[in-house]
Design a protein around this ligand. Structure first.
Ligand SMILES: Cc1cc2nc3c(=O)[nH]c(=O)nc-3n(C[C@H](O)[C@H](O)[C@H](O)COP(=O)(O)OP(=O)(O)OC[C@H]3O[C@@H](n4cnc5c(N)ncnc54)[C@H](O)[C@@H]3O)c2cc1C
Length: 421
């Protein structure tokens, strides 16, 4: 008998069960289920790509508490007065329209035996594959005198949104000739050039609005990303405004007092008007609760971002410990595409391409003065390994710096569309 295609399509579940036994996934479900925790750079990309490329063959649920995601990337440009807060916000509407079940809630636990994620609302979501991209949390006690309850007095502004707005408001309220202090983080942390682009953009704002103000940076590191390029720009655009105290000069010996608004650096106490404390970082807490971290981050296999601890749990972006890639939005997006391809392949048998990764970190030193550092990477048995890289040079022409900034604007538009649709 010839199968009538229209009827076959219309009764696909019955037809499938009579013709061949389908694979049964978690909870007796006919379709494989992927749950993604965290709708940021890594999670939004992974959810969108799996739903888009599997064409309905995989149920994808994205768990994310916020209704709007405010990027940390370009948030320094908002502090510098170059971008508005609205430029940084992205909603989840297009991801939902692309077939992802978007659940606005916190994931509060992972049961690896029953393969379920529990939510703050009390419900739970079953998974066959679980992808975690929860970003970072801060290590308790990393900066003496500071804890999370100090974040209103001394913001970190290292998670997007309200913290960034708070820091901007504090900078705008500084008295003329006042002092902005930054406590920079130790390695490894999200966005290696981020604190130094921030210093540049705060200086850019102050130069026009508060030209006698001072910036002090206490740094637990002896050197930092794109240091020569930043320091060249600071001397050129903001001469005498920025004092960077490295670990060689006691920059790592720091305590703060949020009530008194003081910072002590190597025994010397300074009264400040704004104090931006960026503490040491670890993987977002849910990675720890899922039991996939070792130390502060989650070790992963470079070929697919699956964790060393559990083959059905994957970790992307800042929470992962993967090798040579910096913790950046670009890296998280690149890792998410490799992971999405591998997860889809393992659940539906689709072709899996060899893992390739890339990253570029642009920074803005002054209006139209953009610099960049980047690299390509491959998966080895041990890690994500750097293949080759590039970096801007000192003494570049103003035209090239402007072109580099314009390239970063194009990148922002392209990558946020890739993440959020
Ligand atoms: C000042 C600054 C400048 C930066 N500039 C750049 C740049 O120019 N280029 C670049 O590429 N990168 C930049 N970055 C880095 C970039 O923001 C991060 O590396 C990137 O966001 C990491 O992506 P992620 O998916 O790991 O985490 P995130 O993007 O932080 O996403 C994590 C998401 O998980 C959610 N979440 C956390 N816990 C839970 C839970 N339990 N349940 C449900 N949801 C949860 C959070 O709400 C959040 O939305 C910058 C960062 C900063 C701070």
């Amino acid at each position: 008998m010839k199968i009538n295609r229209r009827i076959f399509m219309g009764n696909s579940v019955i037809a499938a069960s009579t013709l061949a036994a389908p694979t049964v996934f978690a909870d007796g479900h006919a379709k494989p289920r992927v749950v993604v925790i965290g709708g940021g750079a890594g999670g939004a990309t992974a959810a969108r790509y799996i739903a888009k490329d599997s064409k309905g063959k995989i149920d994808v649920t994205l768990v994310e508490p916020s209704r709007m995601y405010y990027t940390c990337f370009f948030s320094n440009l908002y502090l510098g007065g170059v971008k508005s807060i609205d430029d940084l916000g992205h909603s989840y509407g297009k991801i939902a329209a692309g077939g992802v079940n978007v659940v606005h809630d916190w994931a509060v636990g992972v049961d690896r035996d029953s393969k379920t994620v529990s939510l703050a609302s009390g419900s739970s979501v079953p998974y066959d594959k679980l992808i975690l991209s929860p970003g970072i949390d801060f290590i308790d006690g990393a900066v003496e005198g500071w804890n999370l309850s100090s974040q209103n007095a001394m913001p970190h502004a290292y998670k997007g949104g309200s913290q960034t707005e708070l820091l901007k408001a504090q900078i705008a309220s500084m008295p003329q000739g006042g002092t902005y202090a930054m406590v920079a983080p130790p390695n490894p942390y999200r966005c290696p050039p981020g604190p130094y682009e921030r210093v540049s953009m705060v200086a850019h704002y102050l130069k026009s609005n508060n030209p006698t103000a001072k910036i002090i940076v206490a740094d637990p590191k002896p050197k930092f990303s794109k240091q020569g390029l930043f320091q060249e720009g600071w001397a050129k655009h903001y001469d005498g405004m920025i004092e960077w105290i490295s670990s060689d000069f006691g920059g790592g010996n720091v305590s703060v007092d949020p009530n008194e608004m003081t910072v002590s650096i190597d025994g010397e106490t300074v009264k400040v008007d704004v104090c931006n404390v960026i503490p040491a970082m670890k993987a977002g807490r849910i990675a720890e609760l899922a039991g996939v971290t070792e130390g502060n981050f989650a070790p992963v296999n470079a070929s697919d971002m699956s964790t060393k601890a559990n083959a059905d749990i994957y970790v992307l972006g800042d929470a992962s410990q993967q090798g040579d890639m910096p913790k950046s939005g670009f890296s998280a997006n690149s890792q998410a595409k490799v992971c999405a391809n591998a997860v889809r392949g393992s659940l539906t048998g689709s072709k899996v391409f060899p893992a390739k990764f890339s990253n570029t970190c642009w920074s803005l030193v002054h209006e139209n003065d953009g610099i960049k550092v980047g690299a390509t990477y491959k998966a080895t048995a041990e890690k994500i390994a750097k293949v080759d890289g590039f970096i801007s040079a000192t003494n570049e022409s103003a035209e090239l710096r402007k072109a580099t900034y314009e390239e970063s604007e194009g990148w922002y538009a392209g990558i946020t569309a890739d993440m959020f649709g």
